[in-house]
Design a protein around this ligand. Structure first.
Ligand SMILES: [Zn+2]
Length: 61
């Protein structure tokens, strides 16, 4: 489980796996959709990477 700030009820809520409705991995970033305690569909992702691909610095031919 994890904590996420809901944009609908404006609260930071603890989210349990049973509330998660979907998960995807996009460009190395994990994205999850879940239903908040208030009933709103929300998106969580661990994207603090600013769009930089992983390991690109060491990738030389
Ligand atoms: Zn909410």
């Amino acid at each position: 489980m994890f904590v996420n700030h809901c944009t609908a009820c404006d609260k930071s809520m603890l989210i349990f796996p049973s509330q998660v409705t979907g998960m995807a991995r996009i460009d190395g970033v994990i994205a999850m959709t879940y239903t908040c305690w208030c009933g709103a569909e929300q998106l969580w992702h661990d994207g603090v990477k600013g769009g930089q691909p992983e390991g690109s610095v060491a990738e030389i031919a």
